[in-house]
Design a protein around this ligand. Structure first.
Ligand code: HEC
Ligand code: HEC
Ligand code: HEC
Ligand code: HEC
Ligand code: HEC
Ligand code: HEC
Length: 383
């Protein structure tokens, strides 16, 4: 066998003479060294810190380094990041070897991967330490939600103020001034009632609700850029109560051929094709949902009411990450029914509202609101 140090020096001199940079074939000694490095399992605390610094691109001078976090999130974000997040990667690579990670970093396959993992200068040692640091995410996880502490904190503080001033008023009388006490009581109870009432009204209604989805599906890419009609995927909206979320075979109509996306590479699309191959559904998280005691039909609104999807769901074709636009309250439904004229030439009214239809054709009325055709009857919306 070669002496590893000699081999390395020879390789370096050769690469300078031939101007080939990092792309010389591996020597037997490189492979031997790699074997020992990649089979390591135990790491000291200092090594883990170095792994962390490598991951955040702090171990080398700025121009020689790469910040993995720039693309692979370690924190929850409410904008769509097309790259796999750090947790996703660490789960996938937990039981793989350092050699697998090295391959994807230094010899990336696939158009997107070659574009983003480009010209990384990392030694075998570096790769192993990055992996050791990343394995940690599997236990620690990454923050998935925005913290909502402010209201809770305010509630607790007002409760404490309330209790103190009440006990003081009744037994201790430190403040002596009962007017000051009453003022504290009033302010703290108003704050508490306000927070609880706001919470109760918002409960179950989530405007802007935008959960993480199992696949980063973008309406902007599909309905916007590629101009796919909403009805291609939500094909029951015109004829049935629910619009429906498309099953895997609809995606495969195109993704049988389109295996890589401009922004996410193969990672996201392979989840779709993988689920289809394994006969598993993609577990989409439902966003728009009315309580069970409310009846709502898409066909009624889209076909009879001639209402565009956008009137209720916002400008979906511009959304990378879909979110709930209206609050779905009863007031929202009624407000539209009170102000929206129906199109009486639609055959639906000839069939079901012949009285109004006859008035219309005879010129006795030119328009009616949806409220008149049943949009205000409790029984139409409530079972
Ligand atoms: C290529 C297929 C496809 C097209 C085209 C498409 N969608 Fe979707 N839509 C989906 C998928 C998949 C989901 C579930 C994932 C999500 O919520 O982002 C979804 C979810 C939705 C939801 C939320 C459903 C829920 O969970 O409550 C709405 C609303 C919606 N689409 C409206 C539209 C509108 C409006 C258009 C046309 C501008 C459209 N979609 C075009 C595939 C599609
Ligand atoms: C009508 C054809 C068509 C259908 C149906 C379709 N897609 Fe796509 N999708 C495309 C095209 C084209 C691209 C590539 C866009 C690009 O690279 O800019 C794409 C890209 C993607 C991407 C990657 C986006 C990126 O920029 O990296 C994902 C993820 C995706 N589709 C998921 C889905 C899912 C899930 C479904 C089924 C609900 C679906 N697609 C249905 C045509 C389609
Ligand atoms: C410029 C952005 C960018 C940087 C910087 C970056 N990556 Fe990536 N990485 C990506 C993208 C995009 C993909 C998905 C490509 C695909 O699926 O085609 C990816 C995929 C991966 C994968 C998963 C491959 C698989 O099998 O699914 C690993 C592992 C990975 N990156 C590790 C790293 C590490 C470690 C670093 C830091 C040394 C890093 N990346 C730096 C953009 C980046
Ligand atoms: C009049 C308002 C309104 C219009 C117009 C409308 N939707 Fe909806 N949509 C809703 C409401 C409300 C829900 C929640 C329904 C429920 O929980 O029963 C919903 C739910 C959905 C869902 C979730 C899944 C399901 O099966 O219901 C999808 C997808 C969807 N709409 C797509 C569309 C598309 C595509 C269009 C246009 C063709 C459209 N919607 C037009 C109000 C509307
Ligand atoms: C953007 C306007 C709009 C919104 C928002 C809207 N609707 Fe409607 N709705 C209409 C129109 C227009 C019609 C008339 C179609 C018809 O006559 O059936 C209608 C009709 C109805 C009907 C049928 C009444 C009948 O003729 O028997 C029901 C039930 C209904 N809506 C329920 C709802 C519920 C529940 C919501 C809220 C979750 C809602 N709508 C939100 C516009 C709207
Ligand atoms: C256009 C459809 C529509 C009509 C008409 C309608 N409701 Fe509602 N109602 C709703 C929706 C949607 C909700 C769910 C609101 C929510 O989740 O915040 C609701 C909720 C309620 C609730 C539960 C309290 C709440 O706010 O959550 C009661 C009680 C109720 N409606 C009574 C009535 C009565 C009584 C009538 C007749 C005078 C009526 N509704 C007519 C759509 C309607």
């Amino acid at each position: 066998m070669f002496d590893p140090y000699l081999a390395k020096s020879l390789r370096y001199i050769l690469s300078v003479i031939l101007l080939t940079g990092n792309s010389l074939p591996l020597l037997p000694s490189d492979l031997q060294e790699a074997d020992t490095v990649f089979s390591r399992k135990e790491f000291s605390a200092e090594e883990l810190v170095r792994g962390e610094r490598l991951f955040y691109g702090l171990a080398y001078p700025a121009e020689m380094t790469v910040d993995c976090e720039k693309c692979h999130n370690t924190k929850w974000s409410d904008s769509l990041n097309w790259n796999p997040d750090a947790l996703e990667i660490s789960v996938k690579y937990l039981n793989k070897s350092g050699a697998d990670l090295q391959a994807v970093l230094l010899r990336p396959k696939g158009k997107k991967m070659a574009e983003v993992h480009n010209n990384f200068q990392l030694t075998n040692e570096d790769v192993v330490l990055i992996k050791a640091y990343m394995d940690r995410f599997v236990d620690v996880g990454i923050k998935k939600q925005k913290p909502v502490v402010t209201n809770l904190l305010l509630l607790i503080i007002s409760f404490v103020v309330f209790s103190i001033s009440l006990t003081d008023l009744i037994i201790k009388r430190i403040f002596r001034n009962s007017r000051f006490n009453l003022m504290l009581l009033t302010v703290s109870s108003v704050v508490m009632i306000w927070i609880l009432a706001a919470g109760a009204i918002a409960f179950g209604r989530a405007r802007d609700y935008s959960p993480d989805q199992p696949v980063k599906f973008s309406h902007y890419v599909h309905a916007g850029q590629n101009k796919t009609d909403c009805n291609y995927c939500h094909y029951s909206a015109r004829s049935a109560k629910s619009a429906g979320i498309p099953a895997g075979n609809i995606c495969l109509n195109c993704h049988f051929l389109v295996r890589s996306g401009t922004r996410s590479g193969v990672t996201e699309i392979s989840k779709v094709t993988g689920a289809y191959d394994n006969n598993e559904p993609v577990k989409w998280v439902r966003i728009y949902r009315l309580p069970d005691f409310v009846f709502f039909s898409h066909a009624q609104h889209v076909t009879a009411g001639e209402i565009a999807c956008e009137s209720c769901h916002g400008d979906v074709k511009t959304m990378d990450r879909l979110y709930q636009v209206p609050d779905l309250s009863m007031g929202w439904c009624i407000k539209c029914h009170d102000t929206r004229k129906v199109n009486l030439t639609n055959t639906y009214y000839k069939t079901y509202f012949s009285g109004i239809y006859n008035d219309f054709t005879a010129g006795r009325t030119d328009s009616v609101m949806a409220a008149v055709t049943g949009g205000r009857d409790c029984g139409n919306c409530h079972y």
